[in-house]
Write a protein that binds this ligand. Structure first.
Ligand SMILES: [Zn+2]
Length: 446
């Protein structure tokens, strides 16, 4: 008998019915296993091969479940879960100007942001999101709440021309953003960012200052872009340019910039976004609910623009479920182009995982299950009536799976939820706090 080679001890092995790696070859293993040590993935292989090479301190048996990379939400406003269902069935400008901006003026505070982010974190962990990209106020409170919950975040302090809860002027907002960047620059889970709200809510000097701040610290810049036809019309009237071309003309576009929505763009705009290496966040549910329009997803994909998926804030969705975002991205593209081959299931899954990581400039670290990457992964049950039978796991993930089907969520090797048991948040107290705060929100907008 040959001598057994010494097995390396690792902190965790996850064994799944199928492991969907989302690597460049779209490798799937049925069954499969992922070996994790500390915060990193060390190996992905068959359960037998992993068992032969590693001795695991802890093992998660997901032999009836699918194991896949954690989902990457490339655009949201976490604390806006507090405005979920507060005002529906309105166009973006009415919704913003009559409800959201006034509600924010009266209710945004560090406490509101903290309670809202904890609620959003609970929802994200429960529905398989492991990285979220955020634009809001008091972003340091979001960073602390996300870090405590164990989530990975690309978090942008919002800069806007008019007075808001955490800054009376854009200059004050920029100073807050710089302090926030300095405080979180070396954090393991948090990537601080600067988030000019949009080209129509900031003047040229503010937009340029935001871009310069991002470049100075090498951090992401997050912006809403060409979300509505009104934004396009306004830019044409004011500058005789599209929003994308205007931002190009002022030297705004730089490295690690993520543009949310990108609905009202033409071929020249897409060429600019591609040339500048801009990540684009597609938010099909928000775009449909606010009737903002349909982003040209096929054109983005054909041009090679780094495209990810986002939920947008819960006030315009009204949830943070990335499985639903995948499904709606696929359906909307098919519906809009009259082409059922537009955004197939595999493409939708790519957008929610490695595509989102690429849009954020983080694909070397997250977005797929490969040795050397951070251990951000989830397991999903596939035993419900709705999921039976299963011929193609990718089809199932996109077309019948819901966030509620997520069983286990792991970020940076830390188990945040195991078999639906939350490890970092007390769900009852998070929900009670949110309900208590909701009474104040309701009173404020009466
Ligand atoms: Zn948004």
């Amino acid at each position: 008998m040959a001598a057994q080679p010494a097995r390396r001890t690792v902190s965790l092995v996850v064994v799944g019915r199928t492991v969907i790696t989302e690597n460049a070859q779209h490798r799937q293993l049925t069954p499969g296993a992922v070996a994790i040590d500390g915060g990193a993935i060390v190996d992905v292989d068959t359960p037998e091969a992993i068992a032969a090479r590693y001795r695991a301190t802890d093992t998660i048996d997901a032999r009836t479940e699918i194991v896949l990379p954690g989902l990457v939400n490339t655009h949201t406003h976490a604390p806006m879960v507090m405005y979920r269902g507060l005002a529906d069935d309105l166009a973006l400008m009415d919704w913003l100007n009559k409800y959201i901006f006034p509600a924010e003026a009266r209710t945004v505070s560090p406490e509101m942001v903290r309670i809202g982010t904890r609620l959003a974190a609970l929802e994200m962990i429960e529905s398989g999101t492991t990285t979220f990209t955020d634009m809001y106020y008091f972003e340091e409170e979001i960073a602390k709440a996300a870090r405590d919950a164990g989530l990975r975040g690309v978090l942008g302090e919002t800069i806007i021309q008019f007075p808001v809860a955490d800054a009376k002027t854009p200059a004050e907002g920029l100073a807050r953003a710089e302090a926030f960047i300095k405080a979180f620059k070396d954090d393991r889970l948090i990537t601080p960012a600067v988030a000019p709200h949009a080209m129509y809510t900031n003047d040229r000097a503010t937009l340029v200052a935001c871009a310069e701040l991002g470049r100075k610290y090498g951090v992401p810049v997050l912006i809403h872009l060409a979300e509505t036809e009104d934004e396009l019309k306004g830019a044409r009237e004011k500058f005789n340019m599209t929003p994308t071309a205007y931002l190009e003309s002022i030297g705004f576009w730089g490295p690690r910039t993520v543009a949310a929505h990108g609905v009202w763009v033409d071929a020249d705009d897409i060429a600019i976004l591609k040339r500048r290496g801009i990540g684009v966040s597609h938010n099909p549910e928000s775009n449909m609910k606010l009737a903002s329009g349909t982003a040209p997803v096929a054109a983005y994909l054909a041009s090679g623009v780094a495209l990810g998926l986002g939920t947008d804030g819960a006030a315009s969705n009204n949830d943070l479920d990335m499985f639903e975002a995948m499904r709606q991205a696929s359906f909307l593209a098919k519906h809009a182009t009259h082409d059922p081959t537009a955004v197939p299931a595999q493409t939708a899954l790519d957008l929610a995982t490695i595509g989102g990581a690429r849009a954020l400039g983080m694909d070397a670290a997250i977005g797929s299950l490969e040795a050397g990457k951070r251990a951000d992964l989830i397991t999903v049950s596939v035993g419900a009536a709705r999921q039976t039978p299963m011929y193609d796991p990718v089809s199932h993930l996109v077309y019948v799976t819901r966030g509620d089907d997520v069983r286990t969520t792991i970020v940076d090797g830390r188990v945040l939820m195991r078999g639906r048991q939350l490890k970092t948040l007390d769900a009852a107290s998070v929900i009670a706090d949110a309900n208590r705060l909701a009474a104040q929100v309701r009173a404020a907008v009466k």
